[in-house]
Write a protein that binds this ligand. Structure first.
Ligand SMILES: [Zn+2]
Ligand SMILES: [Zn+2]
Length: 126
């Protein structure tokens, strides 16, 4: 029975992470999980997040002051706002010139993890 409980929690956690594009912290996922599983521990949440990363259905992103999680594995990069701390998905229209350059050097790219830092348009007042 323990396994059933664990896989239920795991499925719920995957659904939570896949339902948002805000790149939440583990603590945010934990709060959402507690609405469904009042007894869930933060350690369990971390373990399931690590598992999602290991099997390739989530990635961990590092900002200056927190670790954030993203279940969108399509090729995209992130803009990190230093004021409101939002992580915004950027989907390039065409292949990035950086990846073209790297391929031309003979490297094969499996995936990339690129972040740009600054002020988002709400915070820059533009
Ligand atoms: Zn901002
Ligand atoms: Zn993302």
């Amino acid at each position: 029975m323990a396994n059933t409980k664990h896989s239920k929690q795991r499925d719920a956690l995957i659904a939570i992470l896949q339902s948002t594009d805000t790149h939440p912290t583990a603590e945010w996922v934990y709060e959402k999980m507690r609405e469904q599983f009042p007894n869930v521990s933060l350690a369990t949440v971390y373990r399931n997040l690590k598992h999602m990363i290991e099997i390739g259905i989530a990635r961990e992103l590092y900002t200056d002051n927190s670790s954030r999680f993203d279940a969108n594995m399509s090729d995209h990069y992130h803009f990190v706002c230093r004021k409101c701390n939002r992580l915004i998905d950027i989907f390039p229209d065409e292949e990035l010139c950086e990846t073209k350059k790297i391929k031309s050097m003979g490297f094969e790219i499996d995936r990339y993890d690129l972040s740009m830092y600054g002020l988002c348009k709400d915070c820059s007042g533009k």
